[in-house]
Write a protein that binds this ligand. Structure first.
Ligand code: ADP
Ligand code: G6P
Length: 735
């Protein structure tokens, strides 16, 4: 039976050794806490790091660590001290983490970090491959494993792979500063489906793919030479029922059964019944805005002194990544700030901040969530922020106020919370005041709405949606109509070719025989392709026709000495072997004077674009333009032109990053059909929209082949120009 393989850097359980005994604790962090419920319910295995350096696990306990993990359907990957240093503390947490959270000043570029990152990603990929069986779904998680999807794809080309990024994806302007940006994008693109928490992260990613790798992006689909990759946003939810139930259980308990922490909280609530508690809860991370939160709290007490002794900030900071200098500095900064603020405002019976720097068991989290009247969560940047959702889920009587930073992914779904800008102290202070004064009915009505949404889009639903979309990518692969020229088709094709009495080959030029270049004049035929075409043309039974949108002069010059027929400008001109060019249709070019200035206006407004002037057509090239702007302007120009040329016997062709205006009566389909006699082997190959005329109009028995994966009327496809050459070469194998 097929299973799901989850892979993340960290397992949901953290294994430690104390007095030669294994201690297992749950891992902290949104990824582990969120995915845990999905893992528990489904048929899945989870591959990840146990949290300890390999060197610290005594030989005799290695097997026990493995078994402990296996009890929870987990497979522990062991990392050495060096690997942890370069991969985890290094590239993951000193390069990607700060960069993706827009902390460019903290971002380090270190070759050794990068090398170790690659090596450890390979280690994870290899571990996956050990457990992978055909039909399994592989789900890779987060920024520590960006290269894993492609590493798996290299070994298992047909695997179904999903990737989910739990942190923000930065804008192109920030991402482009990463020295290894191409490799990172290519790594992720090994997946069939790539998920983000919000649409903003998704569009930043798509924009980087289109600008850096220059892949075709249509809405949320990326076309690679051999596959289509889907990108979508899936805002992660929480295990709502678990938190709701924990809160209900909590209220059922008698006070003696409450935790020590709860008893302390109760004691204070009793002593100061009109005082309110504000919760601050995060991993100790500079992205969480903890220092700003403290400063804003200080500003609040300064500005509204009436709240002195009426409010207490309960701050839990969970130790995290403490080997990274920025985290150590932040710890010192927060210690100092807490000390200073407490020193400044404390009275004999009151301290404004209770500060805990430690991890707490789940029961205590619930104590805090249920006891605090306000949650103040003010990250500078945060992929999602599950704490915000957990707080609301535990408010079973629907009271409580959530103040949430607009920079958290969760803010998109929690509009009814009080949304603040974490850099604006004044706004934070006045929002705190608003929270204090908010009538209970208003709290209830706001929270009810959020609760309804959170309950519906739980973590389970999130995972189901992702897996469903992943399975759909599999169906899309099968639904793809053109058939890839695999070895079976290849053998049949060659056999038919060999046995044919006469053959005709229609070959498109750009994007088919040669790759595209920045400028059309730079895509000259190389010696290899000229020799190959000559060999084909010299076959007694084979007629070769180069059918292109190019102008006749360039085509004629490049293929002067090759004994083949040339069709240029999509069929406007024909040069038969050994003869002169002839105009094939009654075409005109007197329209050009009127149309050229319109296109020139688009050239002026769209950097990187230019006009190619042919005898009977005008082409506007936008390959070098900013990809997004290029598409927008192409669309605009196409509409303007269509209006301008209507009723003039002209048409606009949308080619591969080119718009071309030419006589309607001319196209590759008409021209190729004219060449047919009684050939029993007809073959046509091309990459772009203009070639579709051939694919549609040639007889059904023709072998029509599209280059690249796109919507097509061709019967077959090959991935790229390299494969085109391999195929044509095979036609000459028996010469
Ligand atoms: P991040 O993923 O950046 O750490 P999130 O808010 O998305 O931030 O997730 C934090 C997760 O860690 C939450 O699910 C929360 O319940 C859990 N958590 C936070 N603090 C503690 C703690 N002290 N002990 C155990 N779990 C914690
Ligand atoms: C965030 C990341 C997770 C990570 C967690 C805890 O939620 O998205 O991938 O596991 O923080 O960080 P740590 O470095 O302790 O795993």
């Amino acid at each position: 039976m097929s299973k799901t393989i989850i892979i993340s850097n960290r397992l949901p359980l953290q294994i430690n050794i104390e007095n030669d005994e294994l201690q297992v604790t749950p891992s902290v962090g949104g990824l582990a806490t969120g995915l845990k419920s999905f893992h528990k319910e489904g048929d899945s295995i989870w591959i990840g790091w146990s949290g300890m350096p390999e060197e610290e696990i005594p030989e005799h306990l290695l097997e026990d660590v493995k078994n402990k993990a296996r009890e929870e359907d987990c497979i522990a990957v062991n990392l050495t001290q060096d690997e942890i240093e370069g991969f985890y503390y290094g590239f993951s947490n000193r390069t990607i983490w700060p960069l993706f959270h827009y902390f460019m000043e903290f971002t380090e570029s270190d070759d050794w970090y990068w090398e170790t990152y690659k090596q450890v990603n390979q280690k994870y990929a290899d571990e996956v491959l050990k457990h992978y069986q055909e039909g399994d779904h592989i789900w890779v998680h987060d920024y520590q494993l960006l290269l894993v999807p492609n590493m798996i794809r290299e070994q298992a080309p047909d695997a179904i792979i999903g990737f989910f990024n739990h942190i923000p994806f930065p804008s192109y302007e920030v991402f482009r500063t990463l020295p290894w940006r191409d490799e990172v994008l290519e790594g992720v693109l090994g997946a069939d489906l790539i998920g983000f928490h919000t649409y903003d992260y998704e569009r930043h990613f798509l924009s980087s793919v289109s600008r850096i790798l220059r892949h075709q992006v249509d809405f949320n689909e990326i076309t690679l030479p051999d596959r289509i990759v889907k990108v979508d946003s899936f805002p992660m939810g929480i295990d709502y029922d678990k938190f709701e139930k924990a809160a209900l259980d909590h209220f059922e308990k008698t006070s003696e059964n409450h935790s020590e922490l709860q008893q302390r909280l109760d004691h204070h609530l009793k002593a100061t019944p009109d005082a309110k508690l504000i919760l601050s809860l995060d991993r100790l991370d500079y992205t969480k805005g903890i220092a700003n939160r403290l400063r804003a709290f200080e500003y609040f007490l300064d500005k509204y002194p009436e709240f002195i002794e009426k409010v207490r900030l309960v701050m839990l900071a969970v130790p995290s990544r403490s080997n990274v200098p920025q985290y150590q500095r932040l710890k010192r900064e927060i210690d100092e700030l807490v000390g200073r603020i407490n020193g400044k405002f404390s009275t004999v019976s009151w301290t404004p901040i209770w500060y805990f720097y430690r991890s707490m068991p789940f029961e205590n989290l619930i104590d805090l969530y249920t006891s605090c009247d306000i949650a103040l969560l003010t990250p500078i940047r945060d992929g999602m922020n599950l704490v915000a959702k957990e707080y609301i889920a535990t408010r079973t009587n629907h009271t409580g106020v959530l103040i949430l930073s607009e920079m958290a992914g969760a803010a998109h779904e929690m509009n009814e919370a009080l949304i603040i800008n974490p850099n604006n102290f004044d706004q934070m202070a006045s929002t705190l005041k608003q929270a204090f004064e908010m009538p209970e009915e208003e709290q209830i009505s706001r929270n009810k709405m959020i609760q309804k949404r959170l309950k519906r889009y739980s973590v389970e639903k999130w995972a189901q949606d992702f897996m469903k979309a992943l399975r759909n990518t599999e169906d899309n692969r099968q639904a793809f109509e053109a058939i890839r020229i695999n070895s079976k088709v290849y053998d049949d094709l060659l056999e038919t070719y060999k046995n044919a009495k006469s053959r005709i080959l229609f070959l498109d030029y750009d994007g088919t025989l040669v790759n595209f270049a920045d400028k059309p004049e730079n895509a000259k035929p190389d010696e290899e392709i000229i020799a190959l075409i000559k060999r084909l043309a010299n076959q007694e039974k084979t007629e070769v026709i180069l059918i292109s949108g190019r102008d006749k002069d360039t085509l004629g010059r490049w293929w002067e000495d090759t004994p083949i027929d040339l069709i240029s400008e999509h069929g406007t001109w024909v040069r038969e072997k050994g003869k002169d060019w002839e105009l094939s249709e009654n075409v005109k070019n007197d329209w050009m004077e009127a149309v050229r200035p319109v296109i020139e206006n688009f050239v002026d407004r769209t950097p990187g674009t230019f006009i190619e002037e042919k005898n009977y057509s005008l082409a506007w090239h936008y390959r070098k333009a900013d990809p997004e702007l290029g598409e927008i302007r192409a669309n605009e120009l196409s509409n303007v032109l269509k209006e301008l040329i209507s009723n003039h016997g002209l048409s606009v062709l949308n080619g591969n990053k080119v718009l071309e205006i030419k006589s309607s009566g001319v196209n590759k389909g008409k021209s190729s059909n004219k060449k047919l006699k009684d050939q029993d082997f007809i073959f046509a190959i091309g990459d772009d929209w203009t070639d579709e005329y051939m694919f549609k109009e040639l007889p059904e028995k023709a072998y029509t082949v599209k280059v690249g994966i796109k919507q097509t009327s061709a019967r077959y496809y090959v991935e790229d120009t390299k494969r085109v050459r391999t195929l044509l070469k095979a036609f000459t194998d028996n010469d």
